[in-house]
Design a protein. Structure first.
Lengths: 347, 292
């Protein structure tokens, strides 16, 4: 009898702890407007109907481009925003994803749309191994090591003949008519963006996300509170690599060619960091808002000024101004002032 | 044997230049805890100063070195005032400054690319393509001069840091910012001066780089990781460590380049960075157990 009682006690304690953990992780925010992202998703899914009335390929391309960056920026947000480890090397996972699916497509004719999750897993596996090494250091040293990772990957990809070396790899061009040529990629990216946003939401409001936020504030205290910080941050790194790799896979097939000087450039990584900072690091809506802002900036600069050098210059300027005057980003700054519109509160 | 001696000499001469390129980076980190990712782009700025002085007026790059250094130092003061002074109170100071300097590097690259295009440039004074011959050994004059001038400048810097009042103040600020402030050092002013010296050293290195390497604005990304590995191996903030590490790594890279293949010689620096961060994050001469 006594034994039974004890067992009942233990299970009730465990149950109470589970509920407590859930409460800790999930702040019930009554002001959250779940209907807004769902409506946006619905509108985006219906958008290709416009193709019936004319040629809106440019509009579709813009949405697709924004969605691809939303996937990658949200993925970066897991390690950069939640765990506070700024990585400037995420272009490596973009390239790994792109090349993984690209090689499968070029050699065996399997569409990237099917292999994208596998490409994500490949990127995550690489991320896990790299993370075990580089996540030992924090702050500036980690940022430097992530740049070194990018440089090493660039040299390797440039000289690996199997995947085309510096000349890259050409992929078969889709044979769909012009009206529907973009649609598979469009839907892939929009659905991936929706999935990523949902996944980052679930991560942020899980015990795992809580641990990440704890270790971003103070790693020693987090460790002494019983959080396995090493495992947590390596897992976060791998997860963020997963989303970036998945986006890279589909992006490679959409571009129809893979080349190190398109995938493995620091500008790709810089854009992810920039989007998260401008939108708001560590928030769910931030990376999406940032992606929309940066793609809009890019289009305006390219349309009005042309040259890619000016584009780099402008990106740098936006980054400096954003860092100096809005270090919390659009969402963070508005939330701090209590002026965040309900529709943008996705946390 | 002659082979080995030859590679050693070439490695040491290049190592001298790399040491000068890294010393400014190390000084700025030591005094201000800023990892200046824009350092290579500022070196390229200095290189363009010497390049145009040579191209337009035929001035020798070594002669225009002080001019490039002064111009860059002035830019350094400006940058410090505009960008970094206000960051001192930021809670995430080290991360913020890394990202700020990263953005600055992009601005400089974009600006230089728009102004001078991304073509490869190199200043070609007569000695750049000439060489001394000692027996079967040959020593390229350009690299030799550049290496010697670099080491002379670093020597002068060391003397200045060790034997002048300003140097004492800078070293005190490096060792302990609060204590230096308590003892009456104007930490903010010292930071500005050290930052200006660091960027000035970038300009000086640029003048030498202009005839040792070919350069173009986007070249900075290759150099960032190279210089970072030198500075991290030497121990961030230690100028002496930077010199030792630069000579060491550049000799190793020269051997790898000859025996393994030219493409892998740059890889030496990147891999070294990984290995150092793993084994001894504080570097050879670093004092702090953790960098962050």
């Amino acid at each position: 009898m006594a034994v039974n009682l004890q067992q009942a006690d233990a299970s009730s304690v465990l149950e109470a702890r589970r509920i407590h953990n859930q409460k800790l992780a999930r702040q019930h925010d009554q002001t959250r407007a779940t209907w807004f992202p769902l409506t946006v998703l619905g509108v985006l899914l219906a958008l290709p109907l416009l193709q019936l009335t004319g040629n809106y390929n440019y509009l579709l391309h813009l949405v697709l481009f924004t969605a691809s960056y939303a996937v990658m920026a949200s993925g970066w947000n897991i390690i950069g925003g939640f765990a506070g480890y700024i990585s400037l090397g995420h272009a490596v996972f973009f390239a790994i994803g792109g090349y993984f699916s690209g090689v499968l497509l070029a050699r065996y004719g399997i569409s990237s749309l099917l292999t994208a999750p596998l490409a994500g897993l490949a990127a995550a596996a690489c991320g896990y191994i790299v993370g075990l090494i580089t996540l030992k250091v924090r702050g500036p040293s980690f940022i430097i090591s992530s740049i070194a990772l990018l440089m090493i990957a660039r040299i390797l990809f440039d000289h690996w003949e199997f995947i085309g070396g510096a000349n890259g790899l050409s992929l078969p061009v889709t044979d769909l008519p012009v009206q529907t040529a973009k649609l598979p990629y469009y839907y892939a990216f929009v659905l991936m963006a929706a999935f990523t946003v949902w996944a980052t939401y679930r991560i942020k409001h899980s015990k795992f996300g809580l641990g990440l936020r704890a270790l971003s504030k103070d790693e020693v205290k987090a460790e002494s509170a019983g959080i396995n910080t090493r495992f947590y941050k390596v897992l976060a790194f791998a997860l963020s690599a997963f989303f970036v790799g998945m986006a890279g896979a589909v992006w490679g097939e959409y571009l129809t060619y893979l080349r190190p000087n398109i995938f493995l450039i620091i500008l790709v990584s810089a854009n992810l960091v920039l989007m998260c900072i401008l939108g708001g690091k560590g928030t769910i809506a931030g990376p999406v808002v940032g992606a929309i802002l940066i793609v809009a900036f890019n289009e305006i600069f390219v349309a009005t000024l042309g040259a890619s050098e000016i584009n780099i210059l402008a990106t740098g300027f936006v980054m400096v101004l954003g860092l100096m005057f809005f270090p919390n980003g659009v969402i963070g700054t508005l939330a701090r002032k209590g002026k965040l519109p309900r529709v943008l509160n996705w946390d | 044997m002659t082979d080995i001696l030859q590679i050693l000499i070439l490695g040491l001469a290049l190592g001298g230049v790399i040491a000068l390129m890294g010393s400014g980076l190390s000084l700025v980190f030591g005094v201000m805890r800023i990892v200046n990712l824009a350092h290579p782009s500022l070196i390229i700025c200095g290189a363009y100063v010497s390049y145009w002085a040579f191209k337009l007026w035929g001035l020798d790059p070594i002669a225009t070195l002080p001019i490039a250094a002064l111009i860059m130092a002035a830019i350094g003061v400006l940058l410090y005032r505009l960008m970094f002074e206000s960051q001192a109170k930021s809670a995430r100071y080290s991360e913020m400054t890394v990202l700020l300097t990263f953005a600055l590097a992009m601005i400089v690259e974009g600006f230089l690319g728009a102004a001078f295009t991304n073509t490869q440039r190199v200043t070609s004074p007569e000695y750049a393509t000439d060489a001394f011959f000692i027996g079967s050994l040959f020593i390229p004059k350009g690299q030799l001069y550049a290496g010697c001038v670099s080491l002379a400048i670093i020597g002068a810097l060391t003397l200045f840091l060790n034997y002048s009042r300003l140097g004492y103040a800078i070293r005190a600020t490096t060792q302990n910012r609060e204590a230096a402030e308590l003892l009456g050092v104007n930490v903010n002013l010292i930071s500005m001066i050290a930052f200006a010296i660091g960027i000035g050293l970038a300009g000086a290195a640029g003048s030498l780089v202009s005839f040792v390497f070919s350069f173009f604005p986007a070249k900075q990304w290759e150099w960032i990781a190279m210089l970072m590995s030198v500075v991290v191996l030497g121990g961030m903030g230690s100028v002496l460590g930077t010199v030792v590490a630069a000579l060491l790594l550049s000799v190793i890279a020269a051997f790898v380049g000859t025996w393994v293949g030219a493409t892998w010689s740059t890889m030496t620096f990147f891999l070294a960075l990984f290995v150092i961060l793993l084994i001894r994050p504080q570097g050879l001469f670093g004092e702090k157990p953790e960098l962050a």
